[in-house]
Design a protein around this ligand. Structure first.
Ligand code: ADP
Ligand code: MG
Length: 236
């Protein structure tokens, strides 16, 4: 248990340092990005081939930076709360096009979506986005995406994300939450680590079940928000 604690602290520190560096890199990146965009306005310029490439590479860097900055946010307040239905609706809207374009069958059933849960909405949305993204990326032929929400006794609130994708081997499951672990050519290996960090921050947890060749199911366990302002606190 001591070793695990040390590992967690090391990881935390590494995250802090990376986030600090990411923050410093962000300003010059914004300036470079602005100039490149200006240069790209002249599509017939002989250098367009290169500048458009630079622009897309800058987008990649900016993506990594924004992932790291998520980690650097101060410890969330236990007062933070979000409405589950807002998160689920937003994420579906975000992926609507991709789901259609990839011919993915979507099944969703939301039974606890009116509940106020504990956590920062932007962070939780990032968690669900990362998981849906992984689910979509894992599916090649038979494509089914399942999204559920339900609650156990109005205490434990659960969001389920299930895909019929490649699934994971034991080795992948073991390394899944490690920073920079990826099996994808274009992957960063930060998504799952960020999900785990955010879930731990809100006193929740993430659970993964996977079978190679069959698919993967991810469970997010949330807690109900503290009863302070109960305007929207209806039964779900
Ligand atoms: P990335 O998506 O950039 O590779 P992640 O941290 O999101 O990084 O995921 C790490 C690895 O975990 C992936 O490269 C993949 O091997 C595996 N993985 C995550 N989600 C799934 C999934 N739904 N199905 C199959 N493999 C997955
Ligand atoms: Mg990912």
């Amino acid at each position: 248990a001591e070793r695990l604690k040390l590992e967690t602290e090391k990881l935390h520190l590494a995250g802090e340092i990376a986030a600090g560096v990411a923050h410093e890199i962000r300003n010059p990146m914004t300036i470079i990005s602005g100039f490149i965009q200006m240069m790209n306005e002249h599509k017939d310029s002989p250098s367009y081939r290169y500048t458009s490439l630079i622009e897309s590479e800058i987008k990649r860097i900016e993506y990594i930076i924004s992932e790291f900055l998520l980690l650097s946010k101060p410890t969330p307040s236990p007062e933070d709360k979000f409405l589950l239905r807002d998160i689920l609706n937003d994420v579906l809207t975000l992926f609507e096009h991709q789901i259609k374009a990839n011919d993915i069958k979507l099944h969703h059933e939301w039974n606890a979506h009116n509940s106020w849960l504990q956590g920062d909405a932007a962070h939780i949305k990032q968690v669900v986005i990362n998981l849906v993204k992984n689910a979509i990326e894992s599916m090649s032929s038979q494509r089914e995406l399942h999204l559920y929400s339900y609650s156990k006794n109005h205490v434990d609130y659960i969001v389920v994300i299930r895909d019929t994708g490649t699934g994971m081997t034991e080795e992948v499951i073991e390394n899944l939450f490690k920073p920079f672990y990826t099996t994808k050519a274009e992957g960063f290996g930060l998504g799952m680590m960020i999900c785990q960090k955010i879930m731990a921050d809100v006193g929740g947890r993430i659970e993964v079940q996977s079978q190679p060749g069959k698919g993967t199911t991810v469970y997010l366990h949330f807690k109900k928000a503290k009863e302070s302002s109960g305007e929207l606190n209806q039964k779900s």
